[in-house]
Structure formats: structure tokens, C-alpha cells
Design a protein around this ligand. Structure first.
Ligand SMILES: Cc1cc2nc3c(=O)[nH]c(=O)nc-3n(C[C@H](O)[C@H](O)[C@H](O)COP(=O)(O)O)c2cc1C
Length: 370
């Protein structure tokens, strides 16, 4: 795909209903596999300066696909070919569910932002696991593929651990890492699962299940991460980071969308009043701040994944300097187009050359000070 073609596609997409445009983009990525494969030497970056070995996995680049873009696992093979270093599929719930009624996805163009209340529309863990397994056969995805799991809407909060366990059992065999999403604003009560008691019960259950299954199949330990909301107070993020360490998790993903509506260039945009989670540049400052809070607390003991308002290489650099080893994008894909991962990766490589850094790991946490 040329830069011109990508620009034309994006303009066409903006004339469509946002969710239909998203579905069309996914269909194109699903169908365009062979063409993308041919172009992938150009779109994907293989450069040792940005390659990292984290969580016992090899990441050729630090820019990943955030959860919620490929909820159904339909384009698993496309992401590596577009230059993403990893992808998070899902959120997947134990049971299939339709999500909230449409419309549920809204653009705020003046802010390059999105409000969504999708509500975990997905095919359920069994179907998604089969789809991911199919996609990973043969040449596969070529990049680490994580699965993000969340509680089914019909499951009461007190049964959340069982619901996550059901998904985990089905998806463990097809995932390189698993992210537990307790931070979506669009499932009633879900964010209450971010307190210590619920996190301990859910994440402890997954960790124990993994250990039990490993006795039979001898697989390496499954890296487990937890994804947090930007609306949590700093102290609760610090506590979650402590808990992640205590439970032996691999890392933390910061952050999900925000329920706040602060700092909008166009606060009167119709979409700003819609219920749901806000993403894109308006969440960037808080996501970056919480990255620094988490990085200071984790002191290198966890892999921190930065997401929220990353639109270009400067945003990614900033988040990495704040402590993220990996970053992810969602809203940037909509406003900056399908080559965003490649562009950010190239931009990071250029800036490393400019600043005399020989490896991306030298940038990680470099803005935290002593
Ligand atoms: C339409 C939409 C759907 C999303 N769905 C999910 C989801 O299912 N699970 C999840 O963990 N995060 C989901 N997210 C949140 C993103 O993964 C990300 O954390 C957030 O959008 C901030 O990043 P961004 O500013 O790059 O978009 C969704 C975001 C959007 C815009």
C-alpha cells in the first residue's frame, strides 16, 4: 500500500459511519493478506536497535496493536505485515455477546479522538480460540500475539474469576501472553474488579491454572498482564503494580479509555456528550503520568505497556522514556492510517540515531530521573 493510497482510503473511511468504516478496514486487512505479505519487507521493520526480548518472547518492534481493534481475531496475520511488533486480540469473553446497541462508536475529529461504548462485542472464547489457531498455522502471525480477556456481561462480579478462567482455558494454547481487562467503562461494574481483592482472585486463579496445566503440557509459563484505567487514583495504580509483583505477573498495560471529558479542543462536539470511553490525544497526558507512576513503583521488575493517545513517534518516545518497554495504538490507526506502526518505528529509530542511543532499551525510563 502506498502512502497516497492509504490517504485516499482514510478520506473515504471518514465519510462512512465509524463502525462500518472499522469493519471495512478489518475486511480489507483480512482479504489483503497476500498483498500485505508482498509489501511486508517495506512495511515491517527488522532492525536490531528496536528488537527486544521480553516475557520470554521476541519483539521485533515496540509498537503493538491495542486491544479492541481486532476483537474477533479476524486479521491476526495482517498486523505483523503492517509493521506492528505484536498484537492484542480481544477483548474476548467466556460467552459470545453482541455488545451494546449501535451507534456505539463516535469520532471527535477536532481532537483526533474517539468515544466508544462497544461493550465487549465478540464471538466468545471458544470460537475466537479456533480462529486464532487457524491464523497461526503455517507462517502464522510472525509476531507475538496476545489475547485480552474480560468478564462476560451476564456473569456477576463475584463469579468474575470463573468467567476469566473459562476463557483462559480455551485461549491459553493460542496466545503468547494474556491481558486481563478490568478497566473497560462499558460493562457495568467491571472497573470495580480493579481493587486488590478482585484482582487477587482473578489473577491468582489464572496463575494457578497455568501452573496446573503446565504440569501436563510442559509449556512455558504464560505471561499474564493486567490492564488498568486512567481514571484510577495514583495510589491505586501503585497498589496494582505492587500486587502484580506479588502475584508474579509479567506486566501491566496502562491505560484503557477514560470516562473523563477534560482537555477537549471541541468540548461541544456531539460525540463528547456520548456515554463511553474517550481515547486518543485527550487521554495521553494521564496515560503518560500513570506510566511514570507505575514505572517508579515497578522499578524495572515488570514489563510496562504504554497505550493512550500515541499518534506519532514523539508520543511513543515520550511514553517509552516514561517507562514503557512496549507501546500500543488504537485511535492512531483511525486518524493516522494503517502505516502508523511502521511510521512510529522508523521515527523511533531516527530519533535514537539523533540522540546517540544504540538500543531502544536505553530509552526505556530515561525520563524518570534518578
Ligand atoms: C472502539 C474501541 C474499542 C476498544 N475496545 C477495547 C477492548 O475490547 N479491550 C480493551 O482492553 N481495550 C479496548 N479499547 C481501548 C484501547 O485498547 C486503548 O486502551 C485506548 O483506546 C487508548 O489508546 P488509544 O488512545 O491509542 O486509542 C478500545 C478502544 C476503542 C477506541
Amino acid at each position: 500500500m502506498t502512502i497516497r493510497a492509504a490517504g485516499m482510503l482514510r478520506r473515504a473511511a471518514f465519510r462512512m459511519d465509524p463502525e462500518r468504516a472499522h469493519e471495512a478496514a478489518l475486511r480489507a486487512l483480512q482479504a489483503g493478506g497476500p498483498a500485505l505479505a508482498a509489501a511486508s519487507s517495506w512495511t515491517s521493520q527488522r532492525d536490531a536497535t528496536v528488537g527486544q526480548h521480553l516475557m520470554d518472547l521476541s519483539f521485533e518492534g515496540p509498537v503493538g496493536l491495542a486491544a479492541g481493534y481486532d476483537k474477533y481475531g479476524r486479521a491476526v496475520r495482517a498486523w505483523g505485515r503492517l509493521g506492528f511488533g505484536f498484537a492484542e486480540i480481544g477483548t474476548v469473553t467466556a460467552r459470545p455477546q453482541p455488545g451494546n446497541p449501535r451507534p456505539r462508536l463516535f469520532r471527535l475529529p477536532a481532537d483526533e479522538a474517539i468515544v466508544n461504548r462497544m461493550g465487549f462485542n465478540n464471538d466468545g472464547a471458544a470460537v475466537t480460540a479456533r480462529r486464532i489457531a487457524d491464523a497461526r498455522r503455517g507462517a502464522g502471525a510472525g509476531i507475538p500475539v496476545g489475547v485480552n480477556i474480560g468478564k462476560s456481561k451476564v456473569t456477576p462480579l463475584e463469579r468474575a474469576a470463573d468467567d476469566h478462567l473459562a476463557s483462559f482455558r480455551l485461549l491459553r494454547g493460542v496466545a503468547d501472553f494474556v491481558v486481563v481487562n478490568v478497566s473497560s467503562p462499558n460493562t457495568p461494574g467491571l472497573r470495580e474488579l480493579q481493587d486488590r481483592a478482585h484482582l487477587t482472585s482473578i489473577l491468582g486463579a489464572l496463575r494457578d491454572e497455568d501452573a496446573a496445566m503446565r504440569r501436563y503440557d510442559g509449556r512455558p509459563p504464560m505471561p499474564l498482564l493486567v490492564k488498568l484505567a486512567p481514571d484510577l487514583p495514583d495510589a491505586q495504580v501503585e497498589d496494582a503494580v505492587d500486587l502484580a509483583g506479588e502475584l508474579g505477573l509479567a506486566g501491566v498495560v496502562l491505560t484503557n479509555t477514560t470516562i473523563a471529558r477534560e482537555g477537549l479542543a471541541d468540548p461541544l462536539a456531539p460525540a463528547a456528550t456520548e456515554q463511553g470511553g474517550l481515547s486518543g490525544p485527550p487521554v495521553r497526558a494521564r496515560a503518560d503520568e500513570l506510566m511514570r507512576v507505575a514505572a517508579r513503583r515497578a522499578a524495572g521488575a515488570l514489563v510496562l505497556v504504554g497505550v493512550g493517545g500515541i499518534m506519532d513517534a514523539d508520543d511513543a518516545w515520550q511514553r517509552i522514556a516514561s517507562g514503557a518497554s512496549l507501546v500500543e495504538v488504537w485511535t492512531g490507526l483511525v486518524y493516522r492510517g494503517p502505516l502508523i506502526a511502521r511510521d512510529i518505528t522508523l521515527g523511533l529509530m531516527q530519533r535514537m540515531r539523533d540522540e546517540g542511543a544504540s538500543h531502544i532499551s536505553e530509552v526505556v525510563g530515561s525520563a524518570l530521573g534518578a
